[in-house]
Design a binder for this molecule. Structure first.
Ligand code: AHR
Ligand code: AHR
Length: 504
């Protein structure tokens, strides 16, 4: 009995303590291969897309000496070894210089060169989008304007009217209305060569053909010279209002290359896929049949239009048009991975933990730091607050972006957005990877200046501390020229209680 109990205890400890290094079952490219539509491209920053894959996921380059390193997996078929990136990039910064194709085709993506509509791109910062998959801390790809990846010389990717499918896992929290956050088939010369020369998933709030319904972001087909929601461009479905700001979105496009394409989306954290369009190719000339050229683009339009922003975690392209059943199995696998924002340890100042930050000044002891309209404020949060308010008041503790002995605070419901000061006021903003941003988003913890709780010194203005003043949040000095530097109640205003997170 004792022996049985201790075995049981060990199993429970394993289940709770150490996340499994691999996911169970068939991974997306296993599913598509079994369905007769094999992957011809499989890109991911976060996990293997074949259960047998044990190669590199991506390459990073560090600023200090320009050396590069390949980041691989914890185990075959498993999750990214982000710790290898952390140690290689320790004390400096890294950008992502290559995203490997896990398929036998080796359609690797590198930083995109100049195109018809944009100057050469730069690589994305390697640590801008920390998320978890399967309980492991990993990094997604955070595309800002001017960033993009491409391969103009591919193998096996559909050309000239051949059938193909593709999906990507992206995020509804980092989108804009500029052209064109795409993943998929594009021109081989970085130029707009005409209708039907692209076949890529687009995700964003750009409404190319009116009317679009709701605020988006929408999953659309970039078929060149248009982001299509149907054969006539605009959505024919008034209930297709987009995915909203869901943190993890599955976006899917398939096109038989001749007379039919379909668009689907799903919540990558739960549930199935919704088809928003399944029907004929655009009726304007040039799209039926399609004229794909077979290059692969990620993060820009076909002509390197690169004003768009977006997030990318994983994506594949197939040869042939996958069955709906295969798409459903892939979505089920994505959901099973458990994309999330934090690791689950809660309430403490340790990297990966989720916390809320409560004011300790007597005026405000039920007020917490939250973001609202992109700014940081303090406001009352109680157990009966809405889920949105609770999420806005929850932060994921990260190693300091400028100094690993300090901290940065990532938004719980806006993956990749961090608390940073600008003009001494605090905002929630996407991590752009600049030295300025890293410093503005780094805070060094010490005992609360009032003798209670914790105070956070600004990394680049070390005599200024995270402070609430008139319900806004600043980095403030104890007396100074700004009204928010007022010495009155400064010690209390800069002393915070680090509490359990409001959002689970
Ligand atoms: O189709 C939309 C965009 O139009 C393409 O991505 C780009 O090549 C062109 O500017
Ligand atoms: O918040 C103070 C400074 O204001 C920040 O360092 C900089 O981003 C801005 O100029």
């Amino acid at each position: 009995m004792l022996a049985v109990l201790s075995v049981l205890a060990a199993v429970v400890a394993l289940a709770v303590g150490t996340p499994a290094a691999t996911a169970a079952g068939s991974l997306p490219c296993d599913v598509y291969a079994a369905a007769g539509t094999p992957c011809v491209a499989a890109h991911s920053l976060v996990r293997a897309l074949y259960s047998s894959y044990n190669g590199s996921l991506y390459q990073v380059q560090r600023a200090s000496d320009s050396a590069t390193a390949n980041i691989g997996l914890l185990a075959a078929g498993g999750y990214a070894n982000a710790a290898a990136q952390d140690s290689f990039c320790s004390g400096t910064t890294c950008i992502i210089t290559k995203i490997y194709d896990q398929s036998a085709r080796h359609n690797d993506l590198t930083v995109e060169g100049a195109g018809g509509a944009g100057a050469a791109d730069v690589g994305a910062p390697a640590d801008a989008l920390p998320v978890t998959v399967g309980g492991h801390q990993v990094y997604g790809l955070e595309i800002s304007a001017g960033m993009g990846y491409r391969d103009n010389s591919t193998s096996g990717v559909a050309t000239d009217g051949a059938a193909e499918g593709m999906y990507m896992v992206t995020s509804g929290t980092h989108v804009n209305g500029s052209c064109c956050f795409d993943y998929g088939n594009a021109e081989t010369n970085n130029k707009d060569t005409g209708n039907g020369h692209m076949d890529a998933i687009n995700f964003g709030t750009e409404c190319w053909f009116s009317p679009c319904y709701g605020q988006g972001p929408w999953v659309q087909a970039d078929l060149e010279n248009g982001l299509f929601q149907s054969d006539s461009g605009y959505s024919k479905n008034t209930s297709n209002t987009g995915t909203g700001s869901m943190p993890f979105v599955t976006a899917l496009l398939k096109n038989n290359g001749q007379d039919h394409f379909a668009l689907k989306y799903g919540n990558a954290q739960s549930g199935g896929l919704t088809t928003t369009y399944s029907g004929g190719e655009p009726t304007t000339s040039g799209y039926s049949p399609m004229h794909q050229e077979g290059a692969i683009v990620l993060g820009t339009g076909g002509d390197n239009s690169n004003g768009s922003i977006g997030s990318f975690f994983e994506g594949v392209m197939t040869s042939g048009i996958p069955t709906d059943a295969a798409d459903d199995s892939v979505q089920a696998n994505i959901v099973s991975v458990g994309y999330g924002g934090a690791t689950g340890s809660t309430g403490s100042l340790t990297a990966g933990s989720e916390i809320s930050l409560r004011a300790t000044t007597s005026c405000c002891t039920t007020d917490y730091i939250r973001h609202q309209n992109n700014a940081a404020v303090i406001s009352a949060i109680t157990s009966s607050s809405s889920t949105l308010d609770k999420s806005d008041a929850t932060w994921i503790v990260r190693r300091g972006l400028a100094d690993s002995s300090c901290y940065s605070f990532e938004s719980r419901n806006y993956p990749g957005d961090f608390l940073r000061h600008y003009n001494f006021q605090l905002y929630r903003q996407p991590m752009f990877g600049t030295t300025q941003f890293r410093q503005d988003a780094t805070f060094c913890a010490g005992t609360g200046k009032s003798g209670t709780g914790t105070s956070f010194a600004s990394y680049n203005y070390p005599t200024r501390y995270l402070r609430h003043y008139n319900y806004n949040v600043y980095i403030a000095s104890d007396g100074g020229s700004n009204t928010f530097d007022s010495a009155t109640s400064w010690t209390d205003d800069v002393s915070w209680a680090v509490t359990a997170p409001w959002a689970p």
